[in-house]
Structures are given as C-alpha cells and as structure tokens.
Design a protein around this ligand. Structure first.
Ligand code: GH3
Ligand code: MG
Ligand code: MG
Ligand code: MG
Length: 333
C-alpha cells in the first residue's frame, strides 16, 4: 500500500508519523487503513502476528502502536508488557484497542503499560487525534533526548580539551615534567603560604655538567634522551606530593620543596646528585666523571613581606654557579 514504509522514527521533525497495528483480524487493519488514507503524514504498518511485533517495531520504528486486546497466540496485555520490557521499544506509546468498554479491562491495559485505550472501532476524527497526540509527544521526546545527548557529548569533549590545554600549558614537551610556567605559579603560591605560616621554602637548581660536550659527542637526539632520563630520575627522587620538579631551561632544572629546611634540602640535593651519577650514562669527554653529572645550587628561605620569589631564584642561581666554579658534580649552598 502507498502509505506503508519501513523507515525508522528518527526524531527528524519532517518525519511522518508511523502507526503500527497489531491485530489478529485483517479486516480491522483494512478499516483502519481506510480511516488513515487521507492523512498523508501518517504511515501505517500492519502486523498480524503478535509474536513478530517487537522485532517489527525495531525494524520500522513506529511512533505509536495500536494493540489489539484479544488475540489468540499472545494477548494484548502480555504483548504490551513485552514491548515495555524491550530496551528499543519500551518508550513507544501504546494505544490498546478493544471492543470491551469495561473499566476493569481498561485499568488492566494501563497497568500493563498502555498509554491510551480506545473502543473498537473508534471514529476517524478521534482516532487520528489520538494517534497524532501520542506520536507527536513521542517524537518530541526523542528530539529532546537527541539534543540532550548531543549537548552532553559536546560538554564532555570541551572538558577533555580544556584538560589537554591545561596539561599542555604546564608540561614540558620534551621531558613531560612541569615547565617553567607551572613552576613559577607553584613558587608564587607556596611563597605566599610560607609567608603566612612563617615556614621555610627550599629551592634546588641543577644544571648538567659539560652538556655541550655530550651533545658534541653523541648528537642532539641522544642529548634529548639524556635530559629525559635526568628529568624522570629527579622526579623519582623528589617524591613528596607538594614538591615540584620542573625543567627551567635547556639543561637546567629546578626543584621546589615547600616546608623544607636547609638540612632537608641538602639531603635531597645530595641524593639527586648521587642518583644521577649512578645512572652511569657515559660521558667520555667530561673531565669531571666518566658519567653524566650535575651541579646543584641549594637555598632555603624564610619568606618576608619585603622580598619576592625572584630573590630566591637569584640566590639559588648564584649557588649553582659556585658549585660549577668549585669543580662541578657537587652542590653548593
Ligand atoms: P656547564 O657544566 O658549565 O654547564 O657546561 P655546559 O656545556 O653544560 O654549559 P653550556 O651552557 O655551555 O651548554 C649547555 C648545553 O646544553 C648547550 C646546549 O646545546 C645544550 N642544551 C640545552 N638545551 C638542550 C636540549 O633541549 N636538548 C639538547 N640535546 N641539548 C640542550
Ligand atoms: Mg483480536
Ligand atoms: Mg650545563
Ligand atoms: Mg646551562
């Protein structure tokens, strides 16, 4: 027939309504078909076998199901419960069709999950009004669900992108540890906290010894690999959650140790120096050691309102250069 289709309900506003009738008697289908023949936006599909109703509904996507109450193989109440229990059909509106006008039968239909109940055979105007009403509210619900899902998906995507952006802004591209920007933020925050609580802050700045010679010997790519190893080793050594290890410049790193006094910071610095030398990364052209080594500056400050974090950085930088001047592979305070 011309108004029969297999298209599924998509929630598209231009999509016609799809009425699916489940009834054991073909003449009922013929009568209904005639009642709907002039409704160009209402498609009609007849399913005689109630045991096929759920799979047919899955295939054609009805916007409303007209369900015969009395059928021999499976009665309308049972089928209604099946449709309600099935994940892809459970929200489709169901109008129960029965020749019975008894209130108890009607109540049983609603209890089984029907949305409406009409006595056979209803007047065309009333039937069309009911079919439009149920189909319309179902389609707008699908549209709302789709819109909501799309909105949530874009929100989640945006959150992911923001997280990635935040990560990229704070992480050093080569080593994957914190970058200078992140370090500066952490230092400013910890500086203020230490000022408030009158607690010490320690900084360790370290620089690879004779790294230019390492690059000259092995090439820049191996140099990069070496920097990664050093960064990860430093991160392993500095393990308290409040501590921050950052790549400060080319082959220069910095460590922030909040709530740490001078003796604590010196212990961490010495451990860093030893662990890195003990990696035994060959550096044949170094005059300091057969292996890659670092020099470290260490400083501990009790922040004062008259001072700034920059002062701290200057002091630790000077300490690092003293370590270089006094022979490298050592720390200086
Ligand atoms: P010193 O012991 O005095 O620090 O000697 P040095 O050779 O390490 O010092 P210098 O400042 O002369 O050289 C630093 C070298 O670090 C030069 C540069 O090629 C290298 N370097 C800086 N950043 C990177 C990097 O991202 N990758 C590689 N492979 N090398 C880098
Ligand atoms: Mg029947
Ligand atoms: Mg160096
Ligand atoms: Mg340097």
């Amino acid at each position: 027939m011309d108004n029969q289709t297999t298209a599924a309900a998509t929630g598209d506003i231009a999509h016609p309504f799809m009425v699916m009738l489940v009834d054991d008697q073909p003449f009922v289908a013929e009568l209904l078909r005639r009642q709907l023949i002039n409704e160009k936006d209402i498609n009609f599909h007849y399913c005689q076998d109630p045991t096929q109703a759920v799979s047919t509904a899955e295939r054609i996507g009805p916007t409303v199901i007209l369900l015969d109450f009395t059928m021999p193989v499976m009665d309308g109440l049972t089928l209604c419960q099946f449709i309600r229990a099935h994940p892809t059909t459970r929200d489709i509106p169901i109008i129960m069709l029965s020749s019975n006008d008894d209130p108890v039968t009607k109540a049983a239909a609603f209890a089984a999950g029907a949305n409406d109940y009409v006595v056979k055979l209803p007047d065309s105007v009333e039937l069309v009004a009911r079919l439009r009403y149920h189909s319309g509210s179902y389609v707008s619900r699908l549209q709302r669900d789709d819109a909501y899902r799309a909105l949530r998906a874009s929100q989640i995507k945006l959150e992911e992108l923001n997280m990635q952006l935040l990560k990229l802004a704070n992480i050093d591209g080569l080593t994957g540890i914190a970058n200078r920007r992140h370090f500066d933020e952490r230092l400013a925050a910890e500086w203020l906290r230490a000022l408030r609580n009158r607690r010490p802050i320690s900084l360790i700045m370290f620089d690879v010894d004779l790294f230019k010679l390492y690059n000259d010997k092995f090439g820049h790519l191996d140099g990069d690999e070496c920097l990664k190893r050093l960064a990860h080793t430093a991160q392993d050594v500095v393990s308290r959650p409040a501590d921050t290890v950052a790549r400060y410049g080319g082959e220069e790193f910095i460590v922030l140790l909040p709530e740490t006094d001078s003796s604590g910071a010196i212990k961490v610095a010495e451990k860093l120096r030893a662990e890195i030398e003990n990696l035994h990364l060959p550096h044949p052209d170094s005059k300091v050691s057969p292996y890659v080594t670092i020099s470290l500056g260490v400083t501990t400050i009790l922040p004062e309102a008259s001072s700034t974090p920059d002062v701290c950085l200057k002091v630790v930088d000077e300490a690092l250069y003293r370590a270089k001047d006094s022979g490298r592979n050592r720390l200086s305070v």
